[in-house]
Design a protein around this ligand. Structure first.
Ligand SMILES: Cc1ncc(COP(=O)(O)O)c(C=O)c1O
Length: 365
């Protein structure tokens, strides 16, 4: 078998090895149906058990009450950028607030603007999206249908330390790149959503946690697949669900519960992993230059630059040769980005830290 590298990709991203091993063991046949997860009906008792277990795990991990629905949808984060305004804007509240802390917030408002006049409550563009705003910086509209923000900007590596204050207006959060990295006060959210392919599983499914009273806003005029309420009423089985992706989400959430021991533990591990890399940046005498301001640093995506393009290329190539892969920063930010999601082992981050120290020792003037 090919030796696995430490894969620092931003998404699809590394998965827990024990999950991959279980997928491998069960790929030919699941015990009940004696057929592969790829071959069984989304309406079979076996898949019903899988999707219910995935939902139960998510509810347990985040302490989600019955006031909320948990949905498994296709179309990724991008489709949700459109579905959210389609479902949550109303005739009396035709506009929403968007807090822009990076590229994904910008992508979300671009879609929303096709459906109404959105209000930019804050935009960090002038400072190249290096930090998150404080509550007093936000220009919120009290009549907004919702306040949308991106709790972790995957490209810039900028993360909110806590939820912004939105008053009585429902808070809607794109948590695609840090969902389940720590416990959350779910009651603060009207809706929180995440595509799976970073912290939760493979590409092909998104998880949506939505307060049930918001589902009343969905209009019957919407196309069926675009309607949150219909998905909730039909247990996310309106059409053929992405069965394999949901099966892996179930295994990843089993891993979070049973192997890791819950989100408090996961959070401590994530803090320790991120600290290793940020300490290395901070003690490099400026050789490594972190993109995010210190108080807004992401625990999931560590973005930094080197003194030149040439050194950046050398760093990425040599790291790759040492089986530390997919470290190139997004083209819009440049430099290096190490995505260290839940499933990145501590040993992988230690290996990257050691590589960074060694590389700096060789190349710093
Ligand atoms: C924060 C965030 N939101 C949304 C998306 C888009 O997700 P998808 O590619 O599933 O549409 C991504 C993907 O990288 C992301 O990082």
């Amino acid at each position: 078998m090919t030796q696995r590298a430490y894969n620092f990709a931003a998404g699809p991203a590394t998965l827990p090895e024990t999950v991959l091993e279980q997928v491998q063991r069960e790929m030919m046949a699941l015990p009940g149906p004696k057929a592969s997860i790829l071959e069984i009906s989304h309406r079979s008792p076996t898949f019903k058990e899988i999707i219910e277990a995935a939902e139960k795990n998510i509810r347990t991990l985040l302490g989600i009450s019955d006031d909320y629905s948990v949905l498994f949808l296709q179309g990724g984060g991008r489709l949700l950028f459109s579905m959210i305004p389609m479902n949550l804007l109303t005739e009396s509240q035709p506009s929403a607030d968007y807090i822009l802390t990076g590229s994904w917030g910008k992508a979300a408002i671009k879609e929303a603007k096709k459906l109404g006049s959105m209000n930019v409550a804050w935009d960090g563009a002038d400072d190249k999206y290096t930090y998150t705003p404080s509550d007093t910086d936000l220009k919120l509209d009290p009549n907004a249908a919702y306040v949308h923000y991106t709790c972790n900007e995957t490209i810039e590596g900028v993360q909110f330390a806590a939820e912004p204050q939105a008053g009585q207006v429902p808070l809607v959060c794109d948590a695609s790149s840090d969902f389940m990295h720590k416990p959350l006060p779910i009651d603060r959210y009207g809706m929180i959503y995440a595509c799976a392919q970073k912290n939760m599983g493979p590409a092909g499914v998104s998880i949506v946690v939505v307060r049930k009273n918001l589902l009343e806003r969905s209009s019957d005029e919407l196309g069926s697949y675009l309607d949150f309420k219909l998905h909730a009423d039909q247990g996310s089985l309106m059409n053929t669900a992405p069965t394999f992706a949901i099966y892996v989400v179930r295994l990843v959430t089993d891993w979070l519960l049973n192997d890791i021991g819950g989100l408090d533990k996961m959070y401590s591990i994530n803090q320790a992993k991120a600290k290793m890399l940020y300490d290395t940046i901070d003690s490099s005498n400026g050789f490594y230059d972190g993109h995010a301001r210190k108080d807004s640093r992401s625990l999931m995506n560590v973005s930094f630059r080197l003194p030149s393009e040439e050194l950046t290329t050398q760093f990425i190539d040599q790291a790759d040769a040492a089986d530390l892969t997919a470290l190139a920063g997004h083209r819009s930010v440049g430099g290096v980005r190490a995505s260290i999601y839940n499933a990145m082992p501590v040993a992988g981050v230690e290996a990257l830290r050691d590589f960074m120290i060694d590389f700096r020792d060789k190349h710093a003037k």
